[in-house]
Design a protein around this ligand. Structure first.
Ligand code: ATP
Ligand code: MG
Length: 446
């Protein structure tokens, strides 16, 4: 940031006294208040920051409470018995209260891109911030945050809100706007492009013109972000209750293709409309569950995101005479998942059930009688069935097939005996025994 930019930012700082803002202690968690007061009483500056102040200002319930202070991580550790220091790239204190964690970050300094800092506290490569552990003032801390709406500080000393970058006006007008020069800020950390999409979707805001303009061109910077960080980010993008809206914004700004390149490719293909609908339905289903506080699993969502490409690849592989449909599906899954992992890490505990959900689809299409009944108690049946419902809703599977499995779970004996054909008409002949197809994969999953 240039000295002039800094001067402009300083000139824009506003302090809103307690009586003129919405942030009230009765809406802040007791634990967060406890941490704020203890820091304050020990003589440190302490502010509630980030999403907590933003969401309270909007009258929404914050997801969590983050605190910023001039106390060093070691000072914080000395003040709280239940405190752990975490992170190398960005050192933080976590204060634990049972399941609730209050994150306490020490004010960070701004980066001088020309300074040759070799002491290891800051690491910058091609404009990218790799490590950020130089401490600074509250002002500096505020200016290095991403968006104006995330740069509001609630002071425990006098209960005022300090608005460092005109964030309250942007909150009022529904605008996601970066602090500083957008291209520079994306180069420092490309994940900020994803965060812009996330906040726009979550809050129903629009992305400010200057903030959005460089995104399509700079989206490829995401290709260099570590896969594990992208996994964490994808979780926040698609599993936080506004996944469907986020998906649309990600596509609109050319970001989605850098997270799921194979999916983006089939979305632009012949069956793009069906696949688009399918993914939207899956995301809406997840959003609904999240908003009803029902459990959701990334395995289901990743299965949905990869299914379109898996289907198209397995059709191509099955057309090659040497592969049975079951083999083609297995092969397609291996291939597509393998490529996906180069972009976004998927932990084993999710990738294993994700594969099962996909592998169960042809069984749901074929099984009848006793085998169908046995499938009902498969540990992954419920997820695979939900998946089938979404396929049917999008036109990727016959609705009658989905209905049959619905009926079967309600104990309808007729349903299990009368599988329907592609056209929805009951099949005329029922095969007693099904001869295994050549080279067919085992029926029970690993
Ligand atoms: P949420 O409601 O999702 O928790 P949040 O705004 O609190 O939203 P966090 O990811 O918890 O988001 O981050 C807390 C704060 O840290 C943000 O509000 C922002 O000020 C700052 N921040 C987080 N990530 C970045 C980043 N990549 N670049 C700059 N500032 C960031
Ligand atoms: Mg937060």
């Amino acid at each position: 940031m240039t000295e002039q930019e800094l001067e402009e930012l300083r000139a824009g700082i506003r302090v809103i006294p307690r009586e003129d803002h919405q942030v009230s202690r009765k809406n802040i968690s007791d634990k967060a208040l406890k941490v704020l007061y203890r820091l304050h009483n020990a003589g440190f500056e302490a502010y509630l920051v980030g999403g907590g102040v933003r969401d309270l200002s909007l009258g929404r319930e914050p997801k969590d409470f983050d605190i910023a202070t001039d106390a060093r991580p070691e000072d914080v550790k000395d003040l709280f018995r239940n405190c752990r220091l975490i992170g190398r790239r960005f050192r933080l204190a976590h204060v634990h209260f049972g399941r609730e964690i209050i994150e306490v970050a020490t004010f960070r300094a701004l980066h001088d891109p020309d300074a040759d800092d070799n002491d290891g506290d800051v690491e910058i490569e091609d404009g990218r911030i790799l490590r950020d552990n130089v401490y600074g003032t509250v002002e500096e801390d505020a200016f290095r945050r991403d968006f104006t709406i995330n740069s509001l500080y609630y002071s425990i000393a006098d209960f005022s809100v300090v608005d460092f970058a005109n964030g309250l006006k942007d909150l009022e007008e529904g605008r996601v706007r970066l602090i500083g020069d957008p291209a520079t800020r994306y180069r420092e950390d490309p994940v900020r492009m994803l965060r812009a999409a996330r906040f726009a979707a979550k809050l129903g805001f629009r992305i400010d013109e200057a903030t959005g303009a460089p995104i399509p061109e700079m989206a490829e910077l995401l290709d260099h972000v570590p896969q594990a960080r992208l996994f964490d980010e994808v979780m926040k993008l698609l599993m936080a209750g506004a996944g469907a809206a986020t998906f649309s914004i990600l596509r609109q700004y050319g970001l989605f293709g850098h997270l799921f390149p194979q999916t983006e490719a089939v979305l632009g293909g012949d069956r793009g409309e069906v696949w688009d609908l399918f993914i939207l339905r899956a995301l809406e289903n997840t959003d609904r569950r999240v908003n009803e506080d029902k459990p959701v699993t990334p395995a289901f969502l990743f299965a949905a995101l990869l299914w379109p490409r898996v289907t198209e690849r397995s059709e191509v592989l099955a057309a090659d005479d040497s592969l049975s449909p079951a083999q083609a599906l297995q092969e397609a899954i291996a291939e597509v998942v393998g490529q996906q992992l180069e972009r976004v890490a998927i932990p084993k505990r999710f990738s294993v059930p994700m594969r099962e959900i996909m592998l169960l689809q042809p069984r749901l299409e074929r099984y009848q009688g006793k085998r169908a009944r046995r499938l009902l108690s498969h540990p992954r049946f419920r997820a695979a069935y939900d998946f089938l419902l979404i396929r049917a809703a999008a036109g990727d599977a016959p609705q009658e097939l989905a209905d049959r499995w619905t009926a079967m779970q309600q104990g309808d004996g007729e349903a299990e005996k009368a599988p329907t054909g592609e056209d929805g008409a009951p099949k005329k002949r029922r095969r007693r025994r099904r001869r295994p197809r050549r080279n067919e994969a085992p029926e029970t999953p690993e």
